[in-house]
Design a protein around this ligand. Sequence first.
Ligand code: GLP
Length: 261
Amino acid sequence: MEVIIQDNAESASRVGAEIVKKIVTAKQNAILGLATGQTPLLLYRELVRMHRKEGLDFSGCTTFNLDEYVGLDKDHPASYNSYMRNNLFKHLNIPDDQINIPDGMSDDIPSVCINYEKKIAKLGGIDLQILGIGADGHIAFNEPISSLKSRTRIKTLMKQTKRDNAQFFNGDIDQVPNHVITMGVATIMDSQICLMLAFGEEKAKAIAATIEGPISAMVPASALQMHQNTIVIIDEAAASKLNKTQYYRYVYENKPQWQKY
Ligand code: GLP
């Protein structure tokens, strides 16, 4: 695992965007795994800037989103469909038929999940998976005690996650659906590169447990310790409960030139 500590969310997001750019430039038909939430917003803004100002071309990319609420229409303002359209897709040149988000409105959720996994596999797997993290250490919507071997499936949200996400539902926790479809921990672990971002004090505990704690289904993100190429980019506040920050900074500052992003 590589841990990159930046002064603030802006510079962390710029470093993250450079990594995405490198992948998209090297492989025109890259498969990108995408996340939602507050955390990736600045990274998405930077990708949009790169597309507009630097001509970064996404037309060959295929995307798979991590998750979606069950029972929310695509056009509901809090759906992850709406989020992705508003914050990224309408600003880039990814053809609609290359965009994949689990269909939470389907009356056959098990088939949606199986087909999602099949489609990812058929296209050769995800090259780069962008991740945020929940305050309880969840990735995508894999809440604590999610099997570390889990695949795309339905999950029930914890009260805390509903509370955290109520901000997108006019602050009303009762409007947050109980169920979601989410890629599993094993689906995420199959990605070639995992790029996790986390900002702010409220993520510090989860980040410390993910990077320096024991691997445990109680902290699903800690499974990334078993992943071969995970990069965690955090701001000072999210890094504040880590023990080995000096070492992480030393590694980053002394990277061989050819390894730099
Ligand atoms: C939700 C999403 C996750 C995201 C998490 C943190 O649970 N399903 O993918 O990482 O929220 O969100 P935020 O970035 O808003 O803190």
